[in-house]
Design a binder for this molecule. Structure first.
Ligand SMILES: NC(=O)c1ccc[n+]([C@@H]2O[C@H](COP(=O)([O-])OP(=O)(O)OC[C@H]3O[C@@H](n4cnc5c(N)ncnc54)[C@H](O)[C@@H]3O)[C@@H](O)[C@H]2O)c1
Ligand SMILES: O=c1ccn([C@@H]2O[C@H](COP(=O)(O)OP(=O)(O)O[C@H]3O[C@H](CO)[C@@H](O)[C@H](O)[C@H]3O)[C@@H](O)[C@H]2O)c(=O)[nH]1
Length: 328
């Protein structure tokens, strides 16, 4: 019998890649999405159910129809800057909506739950190696909303037997190497797609947000992880839950940090083109350094990233950038 997995946010960047990986692993991904930031063209690997996380009646209907074995919860608002200006939107759109989803899952007896969290829950902790045991101290409402959902999952685990695998992503980058799905945010705020836009003239230049951080070249350092590797970990997380191994938290990064200037240099090398840049101010809410120090997903889940090299991530993003789009 087909195993359905309810994928919230399956029409978005990471969710659509997860649907492809689930399909390849023999599951049927059922996308649940409101299209607030997602794309119909990205739903290619299983059925679509349109709806909002806040709509409990619609969720109940979808759980009853598909009887999913698990939920993979990607749907969220995830603009750090916006969350600083309008925190209510994030507490309502992420926290209240996730509560509605979790209650619907529990009511339907769907007790395996995989959740997209973020290293933004750690805030700015200079010199601290970030792993699953690190204290969370978010410095923006987006990170705060994700931490609250993690707490919620823990509480529903204790009270209702909900089993969760929480993944704290570092910076997700790259695209499906076959370019069937890709990264297409409107507005786009992420470094690599903005840089590729600047390289091929779709925008005048990339603005470097701050050159006075306490890092070797003054720009922020991030740990970039390929989206295809990231979603492979999700399939392993799902199988972990199906095997009854219980709730866990895993960081997903490569453990290597690259500054904004290093990413610019790598993009220049991959595309063989100049990157037009302008120097700008710091972006509010940005931490100086976010790099994973964890090997838990490798050791415990058997996660084996295949495209961990920054140049590969940029090359895959560049291929999608030149050939793929959801703007029909
Ligand atoms: N992109 C990254 O680098 C990164 C890093 C860490 C964590 N994350 C997390 O990963 C997840 C996916 O991120 P993404 O980059 O793919 O984002 P995205 O915006 O591309 O996808 C989010 C999807 O969720 C849907 N959605 C949002 N709110 C909804 C709601 N209330 N009801 C139904 N559908 C809704 C959107 O329409 C969209 O299809 C998010 O939870 C994000 O916080 C992303
Ligand atoms: O035009 C730009 C865009 C970004 N940056 C810098 O590039 C780095 C990476 O920025 P971005 O790609 O926006 O990623 P983050 O702000 O690090 O946030 C991403 O990664 C977080 C985890 O680190 C997730 O939680 C968020 O959802 C996701 O947007 C940061 O230092 C930014 O200051 C620039 O200099 N110029």
């Amino acid at each position: 019998m087909a195993k359905h997995v309810l994928v919230t946010g399956g029409a978005g960047y990471i969710g659509s890649h997860a649907c492809k990986a689930l399909r390849a692993a023999g599951y049927v991904p059922v996308t649940y999405d409101s299209f607030v930031t997602g794309w119909r063209e990205a739903v290619k690997f299983g059925p679509l159910e349109e709806g909002d996380l806040a709509d409990r009646a619609r969720l109940d209907e979808v759980f009853a129809k598909w009887k999913p074995v698990a939920v993979m919860h990607f749907a969220a608002l995830s603009l750090v800057g916006e969350s600083m200006k309008d925190p209510g939107k994030y507490w309502r759109g992420n926290v209240l909506s996730s509560l509605t989803l979790i209650e619907a899952a529990v009511a339907a007896g769907c007790l395996d739950f995989v959740f997209s969290s973020t290293c933004a829950t750690y805030g700015d902790q200079d010199g601290v190696v970030l792993d699953e045991g690190t204290r969370q101290a978010p410095i923006n409402a987006y990170g705060g909303s994700k931490r609250a959902i993690e707490d919620m999952l823990r509480d529903f685990g204790a009270s209702h037997g909900l089993n969760s695998v929480i993944f704290r992503y570092f910076n997700v980058a790259g695209c499906d190497p076959e370019a069937e799905v890709g990264e297409f945010h409107r507005p786009e705020t992420h470094l690599i797609p903005l840089m590729l836009d600047a390289i091929d003239g779709r925008r005048p230049a990339l603005t470097v947000f701050g050159s006075d951080y306490a890092t070797p070249d003054g720009t922020c350092i991030r740990d970039y992880v390929h989206v295809s590797d990231l979603v492979d970990a999700h399939v392993l997380g799902l199988q972990w839950l199906e095997a009854g191994k219980g709730s866990e938290i895993f960081c997903l990064g490569t453990g290597k940090g690259f500054s904004v200037r290093e990413v610019i240099a790598a993009s220049r090398a991959v595309t063989n083109r100049e990157v037009p840049i302008t120097e700008g101010d710091r972006r509010p809410g940005d931490a100086a350094v976010l790099v994973s120090g964890s090997t838990k997903a490798l050791e415990t889940l058997g996660w084996a990233p295949k495209r961990a090299d920054l140049a590969t991530m940029i090359a895959d993003a560049w291929r999608w950038h030149q050939t793929g789009s959801y703007e029909s």
